[in-house]
Design a protein around this ligand. Structure first.
Ligand code: FAD
Ligand code: A2P
Length: 283
């Protein structure tokens, strides 16, 4: 662990350590190594990874900045990078008056963020029974945990086919996921593993594009099965992970249950798992 990054509360410094106190960093600080803005509402960034941090692809951690009151302002964020990556990637919304993201959206390379190294979450392979196909169902920033899982070789070892359905209002909001899939297929190491196995099904709902419609509608109408030449989703072969707004999660759960899938958890693996992409009604 890099000592200069783990230095904590300046107030706890003893008078004997004035030099350290002068260089005090944020608690659990990590350094921003890259930032990319995708739209005026979306950006992604990478930070250094604490050497001791182990996580399962699909999990989330608490990250944030120091608030004006001198206390850490933290929010849950899915780790978008896979568990083998030397850095940590995050994919973020910019909420105009959001306490955290109104500031976080201005981070630059070299800045510090706070990262509590305690990964948790339900969107992990351990929470599902073995199956033939895995469906990743996401809206908006809900693609973040799947950005991790899509880049994890374990996903392709466990399943014959991996279907990434991502829906946003407009095409520009799909771009992070689209480029990720494109780069993954061209990747020297994992590209071969992914080839023919990863089926990407992006749709928009409020802008005309080649593929349109809500995930729920494309599942219930059977359109996605037709388009991808797959059998109807069923309990014996299909597994699913869901990440979107509360309303989306509720509606997708009903669709999955209609196909006979049951909700699992870390403690009791079954056929699908769900996690909120955010708390609240959306912006
Ligand atoms: P907040 O006060 O937290 O939110 C204000 C309002 O903005 C919310 O009530 C909601 O209506 C809306 N909102 C918040 N987040 C989103 C979002 N992601 N998409 C659409 N509307 C939103 N956010 C990410 O951007 N990327 C992630 O990977 C991510 N992972 C999460 C994982 C979990 C388990 C949970 C519970 C939340 C996650 N979030 C993620 C949401 C995140 O924790 C914050 O809510 C978000 O960063 C905004 O913080 P804020 O302080 O600016 O506004
Ligand atoms: P729609 O445009 O038809 O509302 P948002 O930007 O509001 O978070 O939505 C992101 C995407 O998720 C949009 O394409 C939206 O479609 C879709 N969506 C929102 N709510 C649901 C839901 N309950 N079921 C299925 N899709 C949803």
């Amino acid at each position: 662990m890099n000592e200069s990054l783990t230095l904590t509360d300046a107030a706890s410094q003893t008078p004997a350590a004035p030099a350290k106190a002068a260089k005090a960093h944020l608690p659990d600080a990590q350094i921003v190594t890259s930032v990319k803005h995708w739209t005026d509402r979306l950006f992604s960034f990478r930070v250094t990874r604490p050497q001791s941090l182990r996580f399962r692809s699909g999990e989330f951690v608490m990250i944030g900045l120091m608030g004006d009151n001198g206390k850490p302002l933290l929010r849950a964020y899915s780790i978008a990078s896979p568990n083998w990556d030397e850095a940590l990637e995050f994919y973020s919304i910019k909420v105009p008056d959001g306490p955290l993201t109104s500031k976080l959206q201005h981070i630059k390379v070299g800045d510090e963020i706070i990262l509590r190294p305690k990964p948790v979450g339900t969107l992990v392979h351990d929470a599902l029974l073995p199956g033939k196909r895995i469906w990743f169902l996401a809206t908006g920033t809900g693609i973040a945990p799947f950005a991790s899982l899509m880049r994890d070789p374990e996903t392709y070892e466990k399943y014959d086919q991996v279907i990434m359905m991502h829906t946003c209002r407009t095409a520009d909001e799909l771009e992070y996921g689209r480029q990720l899939v494109e780069n993954l297929k061209a990747d020297e190491l994992i590209g071969e593993m992914v080839e023919g196995k990863l089926l990407y099904y992006p749709t928009t709902t409020r802008e005309e594009t080649p593929h349109m419609g809500r995930i729920t509608d494309n599942l219930t109408s059977g359109k996605v099965f037709q388009d991808l030449d797959l059998p109807r989703m069923n309990q014996a072969e299909d597994r699913a992970m869901v990440c979107g707004s509360l309303a989306f999660n509720v509606d997708v759960k009903a669709v999955l249950e209609s196909f006979g899938l049951r909700e699992g958890a870390n403690s009791g693996p079954l056929e699908y798992v769900v996690e909120k992409a955010f708390v609240g009604e959306g912006i």
